[in-house]
Unconditional design. Structure first.
Length: 252
């Protein structure tokens, strides 16, 4: 099987036309796409550690969730990929915006029920419920165990407070959730997203909303899913998985 065959498989399933206008999805490094695909590496982000691993393991195609946007630092990494003849495909928001993309997979893993899908630009996010109410400390534990989340932030002081309904947008989805607040009539609702900023928390508390910030590591779920898609459809391809390490730390 050639590299371009697997690239075309994913671009047909998750077309670049579905990406957000600010994004950079698709084939970013075209390194001899007609070559035979030896091994494929799936990761959340591409960095020097990922490239080192790829070189040591004979990988000639990397599929990541997040793209390398155009800047001087990222260009150094892209040049290393070209030098080592490693093709590079990013699926980011063309994957996320698929109705069975990131938010769908997380909602499924959380076993949310009675889901209403709310559209925001090209994406969809779920408003659903648990089978029964769950304490916030149980919900936090679930995210840490199931989705590789090393830390979770919240404005909910009472860890025994219970929720049944949840609105979820993976990644940095604060505006996706809050800009559609008028479409959400459910009371006592828990919002879940990542990478909240200081002023987001100020607005959240002013509006008496309940939020969890589960970070971007939540999207490591992409790695398992894409690797499994390759195994299911092309069992002859050797697939490696690389999980992003914790990018920031709490210091007391």
């Amino acid at each position: 099987m050639k590299i371009k065959d697997l690239v075309n498989f994913f671009l047909k399933k998750y077309p670049v036309s579905k990406q957000e206008t600010w994004d950079r999805c698709g084939i970013i490094v075209k390194a001899k796409l007609n070559r035979i695909l030896t091994k494929c590496l799936i990761c959340l982000d591409v960095n020097n550690e990922v490239i080192g691993y790829a070189c040591q393991n004979g990988i000639n195609l990397i599929i990541s969730h997040h793209p390398l946007f155009k800047n001087k630092v990222n260009q150094i990494i892209i040049n290393k990929l070209k030098k080592n003849s490693i093709s590079y495909l990013s699926l980011h928001t063309c994957f996320d915006n698929n109705k069975k993309g990131m938010n769908f997979l997380i909602a499924k893993e959380l076993k949310l029920q009675k889901i209403i899908w709310i559209k925001h630009n090209k994406s969809y996010f779920p408003l659903g419920c648990f089978m029964m109410k769950k304490k916030i400390k149980e919900i936090i534990t679930s995210f840490k165990r199931k989705f590789y989340c090393p830390y979770v932030f919240t404005n909910i002081k009472n860890v025994n407070k219970s929720f049944k309904y949840i609105a979820l947008c993976a990644g940095a989805g604060y505006h996706c959730l809050t800009e559609n607040f008028n479409k959400i009539k459910q009371k006592n609702l828990l919002f879940v997203t990542g990478d909240l900023k200081y002023h987001n928390w100020v607005e959240i508390n002013e509006n008496k909303l309940n939020f969890l910030d589960v970070g971007h590591e939540l999207e490591n779920f992409f790695v398992d899913f894409i690797a499994q898609e390759i195994t299911n459809n092309f069992p002859q391809i050797k697939v490696k998985k690389f999980f992003s390490k914790q990018t920031k730390f709490l210091v007391n």
